[in-house]
Design a protein around this ligand. Structure first.
Ligand code: PFF
Length: 473
């Protein structure tokens, strides 16, 4: 049994590079664009609490599992799953889990890149000073006019896809690692500056209360699914991104410690983003539940009225682009690695092919905001009555594909792989047995059960309240 595969794509130069790259993958639009608006839509504190519980009990153990599978298999998720299944004599169909991940990654990137394009556009808009003294209506109409113009969205989406392809084409050390080494530290510095600004706004405590004071009457079953789906999305889990990054991880690095560090940093960035955005929202009488446009419609008002707003606003959108960039390279990497391994293409060629496929898919999202904004393909189902293609893509990937992918990864790591193998990969020695046991319980029982229960609950098949009533009267 081989435990010493090497990756044909190279390796990270060490533990720090891996932490940066994986944190770069995790920290993205999910933390800064999506987390605030879905928190706003789902009422704040209770949603945040469910999300934090999902990160701790489902996210961290599955992240360890994904990194472990990647490092053991040392290939793209498709080939890794195939070989690891073969190693234990399990069904070779496990490779389809890798396929599902590759598809999920391209689907996510197709809309991710469009939103990242908005952020790019807003760097230049903010820098040009158009938001100086802008009113609420003014900011909203600037945003609506912008998204109503498919050509503009297409141009920015194209630029962002080219940026992504350029990094991925350069490979693991020369492209991915170099990019995150520069981008991640810059991102942290900008965040700290913006937090300092928000703390002096006067409405900081309202932001804190909104984020951390749970009111359970405000959260529904579908809110719980959104929180769980977001835990997968924000940690880049369930589709092989972290698995493929794990496949470039040097042998001696501790998987448990690095996974915990990555999850903590990701959570910290999301909470800090919330602590920056909500005080600005409240200080300006804005609406926390205004959807995907939240940061683009509301923050410019704030930036337009504060001293140095042009500067801070520009910094903010640069930050958002950086964060999106380091995530998007991980969304496409599983597909690119597979093309290189199985088709013998160069990285450049593979990056261009996958980039073009994703770029084309992105047209669906672009049109969802303008020419096709009235096209609601599933309007006959009440839950999706108002969902555009973009909404459906987001729902399909974040709320369905990633949790199912994560569930299967947990099952594979917990039940299919041999105990000795997982213990060896996680470098378990005598003192760490308790930790290993805890991880095993989480991947074997807790994470799969949680995903299944939330799904059943959303589909209405399973109602926890009824069961509690039945048991406790
Ligand atoms: N984690 C990224 C974010 O929060 O923006 C998005 C993402 C990257 C999701 C990679 C999934 C993934 F595999």
């Amino acid at each position: 049994m081989s435990t010493s595969r090497t990756s044909m794509h190279g390796e990270w130069s060490g533990r720090f590079a891996f932490i940066l790259a994986a944190t770069g993958s995790a920290v993205g639009l999910g933390n800064i664009w999506k987390f605030p608006y879905i928190t706003g839509e789902n009422g704040g504190g209770a949603f945040v609490l469910v999300y934090l519980i999902c990160i701790a009990c489902i996210g961290i153990p599955i992240m360890m599992a994904e990194v472990m599978l990647g490092r053991r298999g040392r290939q793209s998720p498709i080939n890794t799953m195939r070989d690891l299944a073969e190693e234990v004599g399990a069904s070779k169909h496990w490779k389809y889990l890798g396929w599902a991940g590759v598809i999920a990654g391209l689907l996510i990137l197709s809309y991710y890149s469009v939103i990242a394009g908005w952020a790019l556009a807003y760097v230049f808009r903010t820098a040009s000073g158009v938001f100086t003294n802008v009113t609420g209506d003014g900011a909203s109409s600037l945003f609506s006019r912008f998204v109503a113009d498919p050509e503009k969205l297409l141009a920015w989406h194209t630029i962002f896809m080219v940026m992504t392809m350029a990094v991925v084409a350069r490979g693991v050390k020369g492209g991915l690692e170099k990019a995150v080494r520069f981008l991640m530290p810059t991102l942290f510095v900008i965040l700290i500056i913006l937090l300092g600004y928000a703390m002096n706004l006067g409405e900081f405590s309202r932001g804190v209360v909104f984020l951390f004071n749970p009111d359970f009457s405000k959260i529904s079953a579908s809110g719980v699914l959104t929180a769980m789906g977001h835990a997968f999305f924000t940690l880049s889990l369930g589709m092989g991104a972290i698995m493929v990054y794990g496949s470039y991880l040097p042998k001696n690095v501790s998987i448990a410690k690095t996974s915990i560090i990555i999850a903590l940093m990701d959570t910290l960035v999301a909470l800090v983003a919330g602590l920056i955005i909500f005080p600005i929202v409240f200080a300006n009488g804005l609406e926390p539940g205004s959807g995907p446009g939240l940061i683009f419609q509301t923050l410019p008002i704030a930036f337009g009225h504060m001293p140095g707003g042009t500067f801070f606003g520009t910094l903010f959108f640069i930050l958002l682009v950086f964060a999106a960039w380091t995530s998007s390279i991980s969304l496409i990497e599983p597909a690119v690695a597979w093309l290189v391994e199985n088709r013998g293409h160069t990285r450049i060629y593979a990056a261009v092919i996958m980039g073009v496929v994703t770029w084309l898919l992105g047209l669906l999202t672009i049109l969802s905001f303008n020419l096709w904004s009235d096209f609601k393909p599933l309007s006959s189902i009440s839950a999706f009555e108002n969902s555009t293609i973009f909404d459906l893509l987001d729902y399909l990937t974040a709320n369905i594909m990633l949790p199912i992918g994560g569930l299967l990864i947990a099952v594979f790591a917990g039940w299919v792989m041999k105990r000795e193998t997982t213990m060896q990969e996680l470098s378990i020695n005598d003192v760490m047995h308790k930790g290993y046991r805890a991880w095993q319980i989480l991947v074997r029982y807790v994470a799969p059960a949680a995903v299944v229960i939330v799904f059943l609950k959303v589909t209405g098949i399973f109602d926890i309240a009824t069961i509690f009533e039945a048991i406790f009267g």
